[in-house]
Write a new protein. Structure first.
Length: 503
């Protein structure tokens, strides 16, 4: 039997098999209170301090549905082009949950609030791929288990476990795709693009920050392979709780190679959950996966059905913000850039900083220039994302303003940005502390211009002879003498004036 670490090459896997994916994304909603009780959802509280009889599952405690959670679910469903159920209800999903004190999860089973939608996603080359949505349903999150004493942080090898129920009961929306077929070798890229587009949509709706690194958005990657020409899906694996875009892509790619290795050697794929390992990009076995009937779903008797009125649904639809794909299409036209340029901006995580910089007063070209140039380089060198840099869009806009006004040139502006990133203060404070303003005063520049002419008589003669382009050498000499702080345009004018030449 092929082991879980045996792989075939990606190319060989795709030569023999077609991948089929299903993506299940859990999104923690940004409500103030939990889904079925009034406990706070704020992060950072002492363990088990945000609990009550309802979320602890104590006898006699009755749940009440969070209205904002339902509204958020409707918003997500509409944004995903889903139908919104006229009537739906909650169910109890029974399973041994060590981190869910009532030992079942309140979820939705056969009657989700939203179903039958789609999300169009753009791949890196600008191609659009449509991902069909099976359903989006409401449920609650589990608590947090901390396994102590082992080497890996997992339960295996741990001496004991600690349970924090603060998260138990936080509202979740689970968004489930239909089987994704036809992506071929681009399946991992499609998975990454889908989760990225979904994250941007969730943020645009304002229902969650969807920060994957904080567990506010998690993806389960279901994958199976079909032999070329077959029409029956293979046995799937489910890689659980993948928490970054890059990891979603890597998990899908690894499972394609692993499945192909098992099948090519005559082995059988086990339907199971798997853990993704960030350090190696590999997956390992979790537990044999249950079918739906193993959860013994039954309707939740303590909650009334949810029946969103059509008028309310249409009111929510009318108030939806501009969604990410439509917004990018608009910005692409407004900025006069290509789809390739926009994709580069997205890949760099620069769209929101650029938009915020423009809103703070910068022109679009300057905003793109600094975020995609100097600031992207700084982010790469420090191993951080653009939104983690110690500079705000408003500060970048101020730098562009100083350049436009002539107080800074590009070289000095880069030094100002460097100073802001180093914690030296605002752009204006860095300019003052470092003495970086452009020198444009004729009296201050005159001496440097005279020295440049005197030190380069041959160049001066060429200029007098009509070769005005040669003035660039003298401008460079002045810029060097003034540490780049001279106004280059004014320097050239002064040089030509002193040599009695006009352009």
């Amino acid at each position: 039997m092929t082991t879980t670490t045996d792989l075939v090459s990606y190319e060989d896997a795709l030569a023999s098999y077609d991948p089929v994916m299903g993506l299940e994304v859990h999104v923690e909603l940004g409500t103030a209170t939990k889904m079925f009780c009034g406990c706070s959802t704020a992060l950072g509280a002492e363990p088990n301090s945000q609990t009550c009889p309802v979320c602890l599952g104590l006898p006699g405690a009755l749940p009440v549905v969070n209205a904002t959670g339902v509204e958020s679910a409707v918003k997500i469903g509409l944004a995903l082009n889903c139908e919104i159920a006229e009537w739906c209800r909650f169910a109890r999903k029974n399973y041994f949950y060590p981190d869910m004190p009532k030992n079942f999860q309140t979820s939705q089973y056969d009657e989700p609030i939203a179903f039958g939608g789609y999300l169009d996603v753009q791949l890196e080359d600008g191609e659009t791929f449509r991902v069909e949505i099976e359903r989006a349903h409401m449920e609650e999150d589990t608590g947090k288990s901390t396994h102590v004493g082992g080497a890996t942080g997992r339960i295996h090898g741990a001496s004991h476990s600690l349970l924090d129920y603060n998260r138990a009961g936080i509202p979740l929306i689970e968004i489930v795709t239909k089987p994704i077929v036809g992506a071929g070798e681009r399946a991992p890229e499609v998975a990454k693009a889908y989760v990225r587009e979904l994250r941007e949509l969730i943020r645009a709706l304002g229902v969650s920050e969807a920060r994957m690194e904080m567990g506010q958005m998690r993806c389960d990657v279901n994958l199976s392979l079909m032999p070329k020409g077959a029409d029956k899906f293979g046995t799937r694996s489910e890689t659980k709780n993948v928490n970054s875009l890059r990891s979603v892509e890597r998990a899908a790619r690894f499972e394609i190679q692993r499945h192909a290795a098992v099948l090519s050697s005559g082995g059988t794929i086990i339907q199971e959950t798997r853990h993704f390992h960030e350090d190696t990009g590999s997956t390992t076995s979790g537990r044999v996966k249950e079918e739906a009937e193993d959860y013994r779903y039954f309707p939740e008797p303590d909650l009334v059905p949810v029946a969103p009125s059509r008028a309310w649904v249409e009111e929510i639809r009318a108030a939806l913000p501009e969604l990410p794909l439509a917004r990018r299409t608009r910005l692409l036209a407004e900025w006069g850039i290509s789809a390739t340029d926009m994709q580069a901006i997205l890949n760099a995580g620069a769209l929101e900083p650029i938009v915020a910089t423009i809103e703070a007063g910068a022109d679009a070209t300057s905003a793109r220039k600094w975020w995609m140039g100097e600031l992207a380089r700084s982010a790469n060198e420090s191993g951080t994302s653009l939104d983690e840099l110690a500079i705000t869009p408003r500060q970048v806009a101020r730098v562009t303003e100083l350049v436009t006004s002539g107080d800074l040139n590009d070289k000095l502006a880069r030094q100002v940005i460097e100073g802001v990133l180093a914690g030296e203060g605002t752009p204006d404070e860095v300019v003052d502390k470092r003495g970086l303003k452009v020198v444009s005063d004729d009296s201050a520049l005159g001496t440097a211009v005279d020295e440049a002419i005197a030190g380069n008589p041959g160049v001066a003669d060429k200029i007098r002879g009509g070769k005005v382009a040669a003035a660039g050498a003298l401008v460079g000499a002045v810029m060097k003498a003034t540490r780049g702080q001279a106004d280059a345009a004014r320097v050239k004018e002064l040089i030509l004036e002193k040599l009695g030449v006009s352009e």
